[in-house]
Design a protein around this ligand. Structure first.
Ligand SMILES: [Zn+2]
Length: 257
Protein backbone atom coordinates (compact mmCIF):
# COMPACT_ATOMS: atom_id res chain seq x y z
CA UNK A 1 0.00 0.00 0.00
CA UNK A 2 1.49 3.35 -1.01
CA UNK A 3 0.75 6.79 0.31
CA UNK A 4 -0.25 10.00 -1.42
CA UNK A 5 0.50 13.19 0.46
CA UNK A 6 -1.91 16.12 0.06
CA UNK A 7 -0.97 19.66 1.04
CA UNK A 8 -4.08 21.81 1.45
CA UNK A 9 -3.84 25.59 1.02
CA UNK A 10 -5.82 28.62 2.14
CA UNK A 11 -9.49 28.49 3.05
CA UNK A 12 -9.81 24.91 1.81
CA UNK A 13 -8.49 23.99 5.25
CA UNK A 14 -11.72 25.32 6.71
CA UNK A 15 -13.78 23.23 4.28
CA UNK A 16 -12.14 19.79 4.52
CA UNK A 17 -13.65 17.25 6.90
CA UNK A 18 -12.92 18.15 10.51
CA UNK A 19 -11.20 14.83 11.15
CA UNK A 20 -8.32 16.01 8.97
CA UNK A 21 -6.75 18.47 11.36
CA UNK A 22 -3.44 19.04 9.57
CA UNK A 23 -2.69 20.95 6.37
CA UNK A 24 -0.73 17.96 5.19
CA UNK A 25 -2.70 14.73 4.87
CA UNK A 26 -1.47 11.26 3.91
CA UNK A 27 -3.86 8.81 2.29
CA UNK A 28 -3.02 5.14 1.81
CA UNK A 29 -4.08 3.77 -1.56
CA UNK A 30 -4.82 0.15 -2.24
CA UNK A 31 -5.89 0.86 -5.81
CA UNK A 32 -5.65 3.60 -8.42
CA UNK A 33 -7.88 6.65 -8.02
CA UNK A 34 -8.46 9.92 -9.84
CA UNK A 35 -7.18 12.96 -8.01
CA UNK A 36 -10.76 14.33 -8.07
CA UNK A 37 -12.11 11.41 -6.06
CA UNK A 38 -9.33 11.67 -3.53
CA UNK A 39 -9.66 15.44 -3.10
CA UNK A 40 -13.41 15.00 -2.58
CA UNK A 41 -12.74 12.23 -0.04
CA UNK A 42 -11.04 14.94 2.03
CA UNK A 43 -14.36 16.86 2.05
CA UNK A 44 -13.42 19.40 -0.64
CA UNK A 45 -15.96 19.62 -3.53
CA UNK A 46 -14.13 19.89 -6.84
CA UNK A 47 -15.72 23.26 -7.62
CA UNK A 48 -13.70 24.76 -4.77
CA UNK A 49 -10.33 23.87 -6.27
CA UNK A 50 -8.58 26.69 -8.12
CA UNK A 51 -5.46 24.77 -9.04
CA UNK A 52 -3.92 21.32 -8.53
CA UNK A 53 -0.27 20.33 -8.66
CA UNK A 54 0.84 16.71 -8.70
CA UNK A 55 4.59 16.43 -8.11
CA UNK A 56 4.88 20.13 -9.04
CA UNK A 57 3.08 19.73 -12.38
CA UNK A 58 -0.25 21.47 -13.00
CA UNK A 59 -2.85 18.74 -13.50
CA UNK A 60 -6.58 18.23 -14.12
CA UNK A 61 -9.01 16.18 -12.05
CA UNK A 62 -8.67 13.05 -14.17
CA UNK A 63 -5.02 12.59 -13.30
CA UNK A 64 -4.64 9.09 -11.85
CA UNK A 65 -2.78 8.59 -8.60
CA UNK A 66 -0.99 5.33 -7.90
CA UNK A 67 0.71 6.19 -4.60
CA UNK A 68 3.98 7.96 -4.00
CA UNK A 69 2.78 11.35 -5.37
CA UNK A 70 2.64 14.73 -3.63
CA UNK A 71 -0.47 16.76 -4.39
CA UNK A 72 -0.91 20.48 -3.70
CA UNK A 73 -4.53 21.66 -3.59
CA UNK A 74 -5.16 25.41 -3.92
CA UNK A 75 -8.42 27.35 -3.48
CA UNK A 76 -9.86 29.69 -6.09
CA UNK A 77 -7.63 32.74 -5.91
CA UNK A 78 -9.28 36.14 -5.80
CA UNK A 79 -6.18 38.21 -6.41
CA UNK A 80 -4.17 36.06 -8.83
CA UNK A 81 -5.57 35.20 -12.24
CA UNK A 82 -4.69 31.56 -12.96
CA UNK A 83 -7.26 30.99 -15.70
CA UNK A 84 -4.62 30.58 -18.41
CA UNK A 85 -2.69 27.92 -16.49
CA UNK A 86 -5.12 26.11 -14.19
CA UNK A 87 -6.66 22.88 -15.43
CA UNK A 88 -9.25 22.66 -12.68
CA UNK A 89 -10.71 26.15 -12.31
CA UNK A 90 -14.46 26.09 -12.81
CA UNK A 91 -15.92 28.28 -15.57
CA UNK A 92 -19.35 29.37 -14.37
CA UNK A 93 -22.04 30.19 -16.95
CA UNK A 94 -22.34 33.78 -18.13
CA UNK A 95 -25.97 34.05 -17.03
CA UNK A 96 -26.15 33.76 -13.23
CA UNK A 97 -29.02 31.34 -12.59
CA UNK A 98 -29.21 29.60 -9.24
CA UNK A 99 -30.80 26.71 -7.42
CA UNK A 100 -30.56 26.58 -3.61
CA UNK A 101 -30.75 23.79 -1.08
CA UNK A 102 -33.49 23.65 1.57
CA UNK A 103 -31.38 25.47 4.20
CA UNK A 104 -31.01 28.63 2.11
CA UNK A 105 -34.57 29.96 1.94
CA UNK A 106 -33.66 33.49 3.04
CA UNK A 107 -30.79 33.69 0.62
CA UNK A 108 -33.18 32.59 -2.16
CA UNK A 109 -35.49 35.52 -1.31
CA UNK A 110 -32.59 37.96 -1.30
CA UNK A 111 -31.28 36.76 -4.68
CA UNK A 112 -34.76 37.08 -6.19
CA UNK A 113 -35.04 40.53 -4.62
CA UNK A 114 -31.92 41.51 -6.58
CA UNK A 115 -33.51 40.10 -9.75
CA UNK A 116 -31.63 36.80 -10.12
CA UNK A 117 -33.38 33.70 -11.42
CA UNK A 118 -33.36 31.50 -8.30
CA UNK A 119 -35.08 28.15 -7.83
CA UNK A 120 -35.88 27.11 -4.28
CA UNK A 121 -38.35 24.59 -2.86
CA UNK A 122 -38.76 24.04 0.89
CA UNK A 123 -38.96 20.32 0.24
CA UNK A 124 -36.43 20.20 -2.62
CA UNK A 125 -34.71 16.84 -2.29
CA UNK A 126 -31.09 16.26 -3.23
CA UNK A 127 -31.78 14.35 -6.45
CA UNK A 128 -34.18 17.09 -7.62
CA UNK A 129 -31.60 19.80 -6.85
CA UNK A 130 -28.85 17.93 -8.69
CA UNK A 131 -31.01 17.02 -11.71
CA UNK A 132 -32.42 20.51 -12.06
CA UNK A 133 -29.02 22.14 -11.79
CA UNK A 134 -27.75 19.85 -14.54
CA UNK A 135 -30.79 20.20 -16.83
CA UNK A 136 -30.96 24.01 -16.58
CA UNK A 137 -27.27 24.83 -16.12
CA UNK A 138 -27.93 26.40 -12.72
CA UNK A 139 -25.31 27.14 -10.11
CA UNK A 140 -26.13 24.99 -7.08
CA UNK A 141 -25.59 26.84 -3.80
CA UNK A 142 -25.55 24.57 -0.80
CA UNK A 143 -24.24 24.05 2.71
CA UNK A 144 -24.04 20.31 2.02
CA UNK A 145 -20.73 19.13 0.61
CA UNK A 146 -21.98 15.68 -0.29
CA UNK A 147 -24.75 17.15 -2.42
CA UNK A 148 -22.20 19.32 -4.23
CA UNK A 149 -20.04 16.28 -4.94
CA UNK A 150 -22.78 14.52 -6.93
CA UNK A 151 -21.43 13.73 -10.37
CA UNK A 152 -24.19 15.44 -12.34
CA UNK A 153 -23.96 18.83 -10.58
CA UNK A 154 -22.25 21.05 -13.15
CA UNK A 155 -21.70 24.22 -11.09
CA UNK A 156 -21.43 23.55 -7.35
CA UNK A 157 -20.66 26.21 -4.78
CA UNK A 158 -20.30 25.63 -1.06
CA UNK A 159 -21.82 28.53 0.89
CA UNK A 160 -19.56 29.41 3.82
CA UNK A 161 -21.58 31.69 6.07
CA UNK A 162 -24.59 30.69 8.17
CA UNK A 163 -25.97 34.25 8.22
CA UNK A 164 -28.32 34.99 5.28
CA UNK A 165 -27.09 38.54 4.68
CA UNK A 166 -23.49 37.37 4.77
CA UNK A 167 -24.44 34.55 2.41
CA UNK A 168 -25.83 37.17 0.05
CA UNK A 169 -22.63 39.19 0.16
CA UNK A 170 -20.58 36.05 -0.35
CA UNK A 171 -22.66 35.06 -3.41
CA UNK A 172 -22.63 38.58 -4.88
CA UNK A 173 -18.83 38.71 -4.57
CA UNK A 174 -18.17 35.18 -5.78
CA UNK A 175 -20.31 35.50 -8.93
CA UNK A 176 -19.64 39.18 -9.69
CA UNK A 177 -23.32 40.11 -9.34
CA UNK A 178 -23.03 43.70 -8.19
CA UNK A 179 -23.25 45.19 -11.71
CA UNK A 180 -25.95 42.78 -12.79
CA UNK A 181 -28.60 43.43 -10.15
CA UNK A 182 -32.13 44.33 -11.30
CA UNK A 183 -34.00 45.00 -8.05
CA UNK A 184 -37.78 44.60 -8.06
CA UNK A 185 -37.83 42.65 -11.30
CA UNK A 186 -38.57 39.20 -9.85
CA UNK A 187 -41.08 37.84 -7.34
CA UNK A 188 -39.53 36.98 -3.97
CA UNK A 189 -42.16 34.34 -3.32
CA UNK A 190 -42.15 32.30 -6.54
CA UNK A 191 -39.31 33.59 -8.76
CA UNK A 192 -41.79 34.83 -11.43
CA UNK A 193 -41.03 37.99 -13.44
CA UNK A 194 -42.63 41.24 -12.29
CA UNK A 195 -44.54 43.47 -14.71
CA UNK A 196 -45.47 47.07 -14.13
CA UNK A 197 -49.22 47.60 -13.61
CA UNK A 198 -51.41 50.66 -14.08
CA UNK A 199 -52.69 51.68 -10.68
CA UNK A 200 -56.25 52.09 -11.92
CA UNK A 201 -56.44 48.46 -12.97
CA UNK A 202 -55.68 47.09 -9.52
CA UNK A 203 -57.32 49.66 -7.25
CA UNK A 204 -59.93 47.14 -6.13
CA UNK A 205 -57.46 44.64 -4.77
CA UNK A 206 -55.02 46.95 -2.98
CA UNK A 207 -55.02 47.14 0.83
CA UNK A 208 -56.49 50.29 2.27
CA UNK A 209 -54.27 53.37 2.09
CA UNK A 210 -51.75 51.87 -0.32
CA UNK A 211 -53.17 53.43 -3.50
CA UNK A 212 -53.09 56.94 -2.01
CA UNK A 213 -49.42 56.83 -1.07
CA UNK A 214 -47.82 54.85 -3.92
CA UNK A 215 -47.57 55.33 -7.68
CA UNK A 216 -45.55 52.40 -9.00
CA UNK A 217 -47.00 48.90 -8.83
CA UNK A 218 -45.73 45.62 -10.19
CA UNK A 219 -47.41 42.26 -10.39
CA UNK A 220 -45.90 38.80 -10.54
CA UNK A 221 -46.51 36.98 -13.82
CA UNK A 222 -46.84 33.63 -12.08
CA UNK A 223 -48.49 34.01 -8.67
CA UNK A 224 -50.13 37.43 -9.06
CA UNK A 225 -48.55 38.98 -5.94
CA UNK A 226 -48.49 42.77 -6.13
CA UNK A 227 -45.46 44.82 -5.12
CA UNK A 228 -45.24 48.53 -4.44
CA UNK A 229 -42.70 50.86 -2.91
CA UNK A 230 -43.07 51.38 0.82
CA UNK A 231 -41.62 49.82 3.93
CA UNK A 232 -40.91 46.64 2.00
CA UNK A 233 -38.71 48.35 -0.56
CA UNK A 234 -37.08 50.54 2.13
CA UNK A 235 -35.61 47.35 3.64
CA UNK A 236 -34.54 46.24 0.19
CA UNK A 237 -32.89 49.57 -0.49
CA UNK A 238 -30.89 49.34 2.73
CA UNK A 239 -29.63 45.89 1.84
CA UNK A 240 -28.62 46.97 -1.66
CA UNK A 241 -26.94 50.16 -0.45
CA UNK A 242 -24.99 48.13 2.04
CA UNK A 243 -23.88 45.67 -0.63
CA UNK A 244 -22.80 48.49 -2.92
CA UNK A 245 -20.79 50.08 -0.12
CA UNK A 246 -19.12 47.03 1.32
CA UNK A 247 -18.80 44.30 -1.31
CA UNK A 248 -15.30 43.62 -2.52
CA UNK A 249 -15.13 43.76 -6.29
CA UNK A 250 -12.01 42.04 -7.54
CA UNK A 251 -10.23 42.24 -10.91
CA UNK A 252 -11.99 39.14 -12.17
CA UNK A 253 -15.35 40.93 -12.03
CA UNK A 254 -14.14 44.14 -13.69
CA UNK A 255 -13.10 42.24 -16.82
CA UNK A 256 -16.57 40.85 -17.30
CA UNK A 257 -18.16 44.28 -17.53
ZN1 LIG B 1 -44.82 35.28 -7.67
Amino acid sequence: MREVVFRIYGDLNGIKWKRFTEREISLRLNSTHSVKDLVESLGIPHGEVGMLLVDDEIEDFDRKLYGGERVSVYPVFRSIDVRSVSKTLMEYPQEAKFILDVHLGKLAKYLRMLGFDTLYEVDGEDFWLADKSEAEGRILLSLDRELLMRKNVPYPYLVRSRDPLEQLRETVEKFCLIERMEPLSRCMVCNGKLKQMEKEKILGILPEGVAETNEIFKRCDSCGKIYWSGTHTEGMKNIIDNLLKTSVKDGRCMEDE
